[in-house]
Design a protein around this ligand. Sequence first.
Ligand code: NAD
Ligand code: TYD
Length: 348
Amino acid sequence: MNVLVTGGCGFIGANFVHQQRRLYPTDRLVILDALTYCGNLHNLEGLNHDPGLSFVRGDICDADLVAQLFRDERFDAVVHFAAESHVDRSILGPMPFVRTNVIGTTTLLEAARKAQTAKFLHVSTDEVYGTLAPSDPAFTEQTPLSPRSPYAASKAASDHLALAYAHTYGMPVVVTRCSNNYGPYQFPEKLLPLMILSALEDKPLPVYGDGMQVRDWIYVEDHCAGIDAALRIGQPGEVYNFGGRAERPNLDMVHAILELVDKPRSLIRFVADRPGHDRRYAVDCAKAERALGWRARWTLTDGLRETVRWYREHPAWCHSVRSGEYRTFYERNYTMRPDTASEVAQCG
Ligand code: NAD
Ligand code: TYD
């Protein structure tokens, strides 16, 4: 297959690219990524000389660039990760979320529709369903969307557009909605990498509110395996939930990390709660298990241990991400053409 992967330099996108190269070495992947603050070419380490991979630096909202890409290449599928993804940032400034997540997604859908691309997989989140009370049943694909943060609202809007393209134009769109991911290459603004890196440096760990908000944690490799299954055998117009069957309060996760890095709980600081903080997410992924033959393989214990090991063993990555050094990597290693907004370059 020739697959366009948007956001392939972000956390989940990069993990997906690594996994795809291992599973399908003869496929061709074109990565479209704007390299925003969290997009990082270092996340594609080891793939620099892979002839089956090419990288396009560009914005999914740039309709001319996207249209050109679909004219230059005949894609068998699009896997769409690119997004603004952090709730706290969406509270501080919703506009980039509306721009990338809504307009960017629609720009891609439009290009794929015109090119009659055979599959469009839209990667979404359980946060579109809203929040749950402690005894509520987990989200199913039938749960009405009730997003409560600007991030979740922008993702819900993009889900509606993706499914509207399936309904109106008969486009082969598949939507996946996953719970909170953790694992290698996650930008340290999200809970787990922030806590791991802060604990390793004996810095305070900021826990919002009472720390009793519940998330369903999934190791990123399991999410990527689900996306792969949905890409290959998911049915057009369908939504598939993925989750790790590992609901935990935030405070338990922070305690687990402190134990793994052998640091005291006295590093924890309870800080002001996030405005509109969703109390609980839980995902029922029975449909994906039944229809795609998918199952989360990693236990939380093993996944957390592996994640902590990865951050410990990648001090250079952690340093470059924290210092912002990675943001000049592209300019230092790729030739910029002044006549184009974006640069097309073969990786390496
Ligand atoms: P991330 O923030 O780590 O990466 C996003 C990537 O998209 C980056 O490489 C960034 O450079 C790129 N990007 C952003 N705006 C762009 C634009 N306008 N044009 C081109 N590229 C752009 O995000 P992530 O955590 O890897 O999430 C990937 C996808 O998975 C998102 O759609 C997110 O909503 C979804 N998701 C994430 C989680 C999670 O726990 N992280 C859970 C479920 C679903
Ligand atoms: P986050 O990783 O931002 O993911 P999301 O908001 O998409 O679930 O946050 C996970 C949970 O951790 C969420 O309930 C907010 C909480 N949190 C903290 O308590 N402290 C922090 O510093 C961060 C970043 C998050």
